[in-house]
Design a protein around this ligand. Structure first.
Ligand SMILES: C[S@@+](CC[C@H](N)C(=O)[O-])C[C@H]1O[C@@H](n2cnc3c(N)ncnc32)[C@H](O)[C@@H]1O
Length: 250
């Protein structure tokens, strides 16, 4: 089983997550599809629950699942959280007596699943939890665009928060030569006090052919391949994202 990255598990780091990851185009993308499905909806790797709560606020039944207690604690305490059913579980271990019309995994959470075995186990769990005509959508960054090369200390972000004052997030990414995984050292610096919190995480980048093999091994089939949040078709040489929309194969 893939261990959970400290950057998600530590409560004090989870509290900073939304400051550096506000609502984005991907959230509009998944919210529109979730609402159009009519529900019920599964948010796998729901993190701090911002998107799950926004979908539930539209009157859609939503289950948010995540293995990291730090993230789930933030999710359960946010405004509107009572409208969502929260389940602490990794995708691989998901075992609900429930079938969904639509599910999604976003925030590049799929890239935190570091092995083929875990990725297939997770996608098999998805297949078990989908209605016959249900759809599951998720994304992974296109490795051809080498995003990790831009995660450098000189590209730090600063936010100003009423609770914590000014905080900078500084990332340094390296490639692990043994595994090909991207190792990310993240430092949050509280600029008004000089305090620092450190979290590290690992991400896996795979291409579309590799992802297709995992999807098919899990008893799913790809229905749509998109390359960005505007809905352009995936192009291996230029798309920033590989967005897969899948359904049950049989
Ligand atoms: C970058 S956050 C994304 C959170 C949220 N989906 C968002 O868009 O803000 C990645 C999340 O994936 C979760 N995660 C890691 N491994 C997972 C797994 N095997 N199954 C489900 N979620 C996982 C982490 O705990 C973390 O909350």
């Amino acid at each position: 089983m893939t261990p959970i990255d400290p950057v998600f598990e530590q409560p004090e780091l989870a509290e900073l997550y939304d400051l550096f990851n506000p609502w984005m185009a991907c959230d509009d993308f998944y919210k529109a599809r979730a609402v159009a499905s009519g529900g019920p909806v599964l948010d796998l790797g729901c993190g701090t629950g911002m998107l799950a709560c926004a979908i539930a606020a539209e009157g859609i039944a939503v289950v948010g699942a995540d293995p990291a207690e730090g993230m789930m604690r933030v999710a359960r305490s946010r405004l509107g959280a009572e409208a969502v059913t929260w389940v602490r579980s990794a995708g691989q271990d998901l075992d609900l007596n429930h079938r969904f019309a639509f599910g999604y995994m976003t925030g590049h959470a799929f890239q935190a699943v570091l092995t083929d075995d875990d990725a297939v186990a997770l996608l098999r769990a998805v297949a078990r939890h989908l209605r016959p005509e249900g759809r599951f959508a998720f994304e992974t960054r296109n490795p051809a665009m080498r995003a990790w090369e831009r995660w450098t200390p000189d590209a730090s972000t600063v936010v100003d928060s009423p609770a914590f004052g000014r905080i900078s997030e500084v990332n340094a990414a390296t490639v692990d030569p043994a595994t090909g995984l991207i190792l990310i050292d993240t430092r949050f610096r509280f600029l008004d006090t000089g305090d620092e919190r450190v979290g590290d995480s690992k991400l896996r980048f795979i291409d579309r052919d590799h992802l297709t093999r995992l999807i098919e091994a899990a008893g799913l089939r790809a229905i749509e391949w998109l390359g960005d949040w505007d809905g352009h078709p995936f192009g291996p040489a230029h798309s920033p994202e590989i967005i897969a929309v899948v359904g049950r194969a049989g």
